[in-house]
Design a binder for this molecule. Structure first.
Ligand code: FAD
Length: 310
């Protein structure tokens, strides 16, 4: 029994979520291999080989693998899958696009959003927007699973010395075509991996007012996030959305400003270590999960808090 983790990368470096998926794989107590697929991906493969606990890296290189097209990557995984009992990928947008295709090609059911590994065939995963945890057992010879990154502490990126084995690249499936990539450039840390997050909700009342959060985030070294209502209203960009249909985050500090705390929002942030809520409504549900709550007008509280921080 061996587990293959499908690496996510930006052509230069491994995505941090891959280290969380490797941590979940290590919990199975069996050899951990990593597949790196790309156009020119030697540097990423070398990085994967240095990850603690990785026994072997498979490297598939071809122009049709250069841009992470899910159809081609899924075919690549299936091509090398013989002998693997588990195929793991992080539950990021990328992983969620690839894993179901792998499962369909192998004709097995996928286990989604794994938050705990109990046995090689038994896993825990959240259901009902995180309000219940299901224990699921796979009856298939191959387990295809997406791993929730925030549920597993990342393994060390250093300490390993695995061999890199070149594998034959699959041809172009011809089902999709890379057109362009638009990457939001931000001076703030990445929302998914930031140690602190300052999120705003509909209470901010406008895109202009959202700028009030910048100095606070700056002082805390925090990423900026938002509720869906704030995103839908155009106050904040789409990729800031935290929650059931946005990003799942679990930073050391989460500051919710003018956010009511609907269950769909809580599903994305309630595992944060320390939650601070600022809301003028003392009955807002966000106070039910907050470690520190401030009932007050955010337009006074946020500048005062920012000024009080060193
Ligand atoms: P509101 O609920 O309108 O709350 C605004 C808060 O601001 C209020 O509590 C108010 O008291 C406070 N406030 C107003 N003015 C001030 C002031 N001056 N000072 C202090 N406080 C003030 N939501 C998400 O966030 N993420 C998701 O991923 C998500 N997915 C969803 C998926 C589905 C299928 C559905 C049905 C809904 C989803 N939602 C999601 C929406 C969710 O149900 C809520 O509508 C949303 O989270 C509300 O956002 P909000 O708290 O910013 O707005």
């Amino acid at each position: 029994m061996t587990v293959l983790v499908i690496a996510e990368h930006d052509k230069q470096a491994l995505n941090g979520a891959t280290l969380n998926a490797i941590a979940a794989a290590a919990r199975l107590g069996m050899p951990v291999h990593v597949l790196v697929a790309g156009g020119e991906a030697q540097a990423v493969a070398a990085a994967a080989a240095r990850v603690a606990g990785v026994q072997q890296v498979l490297l598939a290189q071809a122009p049709q693998l250069a841009d992470g097209l899910a159809e081609n990557l899924a075919a690549q995984v299936v091509a090398v899958s013989a002998g693997y009992s588990h195929l793991f990928v992080a539950a990021t947008a990328h992983g969620k696009s690839v894993a179901p295709r792998i499962a369909a090609l192998l004709d097995v059911e996928q286990v989604s959003d794994v938050i705990d590994v109990l046995a090689p065939d038994t896993f825990k995963r959240p259901i009902y927007a995180g309000n219940a945890i299901a224990t699921v057992k796979s009856g298939y010879p191959v387990v295809v699973a997406t791993i929730r990154p925030t549920a597993f502490d990342a393994v060390s990126a250093e300490g390993g010395s695995a061999p890199v084995v070149a594998v034959e690249a699959v041809g172009d499936a011809g089902l999709s075509r890379f057109v362009s990539r638009e990457i939001a450039v931000s001076e703030r840390p990445d929302l998914g991996s930031a140690r602190a997050v300052v999120s705003g909700g509909r209470g901010l009342a406008s895109a202009d007012n959202f700028k009030l959060l910048d100095p606070l985030a700056e002082k805390l070294g925090a990423a900026l996030g938002a509720s869906r209502a704030a995103v839908d209203a155009g106050y904040a960009p789409n990729d800031w959305q935290v929650g059931q249909t946005g990003k799942i985050v679990a930073p050391g500090l989460y500051v919710a400003v003018g956010i009511s705390g609907a269950i769909q929002h809580l599903a994305g942030m309630k595992d944060s270590k320390v939650i601070v809520a600022i809301n003028k409504d003392g009955d807002a549900p966000i106070f039910g999960v907050a470690d520190y709550g401030l009932v007050g007008d955010l337009f006074e509280a946020v500048p005062a808090l920012t000024a009080a921080l060193p």
